[in-house]
Design a protein around this ligand. Structure first.
Ligand SMILES: [Zn+2]
Ligand SMILES: [Zn+2]
Length: 449
């Protein structure tokens, strides 16, 4: 006689299943909770285990894992997970942790017996359906001047509400349209409205785009799970970035979509998504050249410079000037301090060279000069430094970016005034704006002629 173990905290469910299977010739064991269920499964090694998914203490996922981890040590039963949940993601998760079958309550005796009688052993895992080949992508017009648009301008965390409505509360995301390419800088929460706009613009036409990730802090990747174009099998989404501090780019992007955090895994996003970890400091997106530089920010973080046919855009959303940081560090011998400052100055010089003569500079200006004093080492810049940097590098247009989540619209406007005053004090012509959601900037091709 074959043995089946029924694990369910609902006594009426256990009794019902025991009655059905008893009369079908099975020997039925019962457990009222998951821990007891795992013990019985290990000790008595039944041919089948029927376990409820949601039980306090120890759930069906844990039972599956505990049994499958003992493959080779104990006979492996067929495992059927039962649940009231109809969500496809729960079904997938159960199969992934080792369930053979998944039955939604209420089910009938026939369904259960049919599954049990389908023989022992694990059900072969069905191969994933092949993805349809991508359609031909519509060529974007190349005769329109390159431009950029801000979709998310905030640092750290989204800050919706009446006090941020002018500049916007979404985290980092900038769209560039240039020379037939759609290039997106970072996937903060601003990428969600961008995705909606792209879906509307392209309707049923396939979209081909490139997403450049500066680093994997949450405010630069958190919008990706909500990016509609990644859900169409006709679209092509190329993601570029550098390996993170502890894990690879691909693994960091996929782990934020694992089932404890999000219902759809990146593997199940139907768009043709390709993640590439960059090794070079210079690469091409069609006719657009892109260069990168490592910046001063915790972990691995880069800035991008995008060279369009009408000028270049430098994007450094998170950066704390090296020299500023080192000049605040104390407790060193004078000679060491001078050496450290020299080194920091050389590092800052590299950043200046990286952004030299950029038509547009979008850069971390999270703090004002006073706030910076209490945020040394946080990895962010301040307005005074950013203006100095832009003037040194002879930038044309500066956008203050990565606004502090604690700054309301009035505060950002004050910081913008301060930046413009500094430019005027130096008798320079640098144009300064504070980045705000929806703001577009068209590069001027004639200025490059
Ligand atoms: Zn950031
Ligand atoms: Zn960051």
């Amino acid at each position: 006689m074959k043995t089946v173990l029924v694990v369910d905290d609902d006594a009426s469910v256990r009794q019902q299943i025991a009655k059905w299977l008893g009369s079908a010739g099975w020997h039925v064991l019962e457990a009222a909770d998951g821990t007891e269920g795992i013990q019985l499964a290990i000790e008595l090694q039944p041919e089948a285990v029927i376990c409820s998914l949601l039980m306090p203490g120890c759930n069906g996922f844990q039972i599956c894992r505990a049994i499958r981890e003992r493959a080779g040590v104990m006979e492996q039963p067929k495992i059927i997970v039962t649940t009231g949940s109809v969500y496809a993601t729960d079904r997938r998760s159960a199969i992934e942790v080792g369930a053979d079958e998944y039955l939604v309550k209420p089910f009938k005796a026939d369904d259960l017996i049919r599954i049990l009688d389908l023989g022992q052993g694990r059900r072969p895992v069905a191969a994933a359906a092949p993805r349809p080949p991508p359609k031909n992508y519509t060529s974007l017009p190349t005769d329109v001047p390159p431009r950029l648009k801000f979709w998310g301008v905030r640092g750290s965390i989204p800050t919706p509400g009446p006090s941020t409505v002018f500049y916007g509360g979404n985290t980092s995301c900038v769209e560039i349209r240039a020379d037939g390419e759609i290039i997106i800088l970072d996937a903060g929460s601003g990428i969600r409205p961008l995705g909606q706009a792209l879906a509307k613009e392209f309707s049923d036409q396939p979209i081909n785009l490139t997403l450049l990730i500066t680093h994997t802090h949450w405010d630069h990747i958190q919008g990706f799970p909500f990016f509609i174009p990644a859900y169409s099998p006709h679209n092509k989404v190329r993601i570029f970035g550098y390996e993170g501090a502890r894990k690879g780019l691909h693994s960091t992007l996929t782990s934020q979509m694992e089932s404890p955090y999000f219902p759809v895994s990146m593997r199940h996003m139907p768009g043709n998504i390709a993640v590439t970890e960059l090794r070079e400091r210079e690469f091409q997106i069609g006719n657009v050249k892109v260069t990168t530089a490592f910046v001063n920010h915790p972990g691995v973080c880069v800035g991008y410079r995008v060279f369009t046919s009408a000028g270049s855009i430098a994007y450094l959303p998170d950066n704390e000037p090296f020299q500023r940081l080192r000049s605040h560090s104390g407790g060193e011998r004078a000679s060491d301090y001078i050496e450290a400052l020299k080194y920091a100055s050389a590092q800052d010089q590299k950043i200046i060279e990286f952004i030299q003569d950029a038509d547009v500079l979008i850069i971390d200006s999270q703090y004002d000069d006073v706030e910076y004093q209490s945020h040394v080492g946080w990895g962010h810049g301040c307005v005074d430094d950013v203006v100095a940097l832009a003037l040194f590098a002879k930038v044309q247009q500066l956008f203050l970016f990565h606004h502090d989540p604690d700054h309301d619209d009035a505060q950002i406007s004050r910081m913008l005034d301060r930046a413009r005053q500094l430019v005027a004090l130096h008798g320079e012509t640098l144009a300064v704006d504070a980045a705000r959601e929806g703001l577009e900037h068209v590069l001027n091709p004639t200025a490059k002629a």
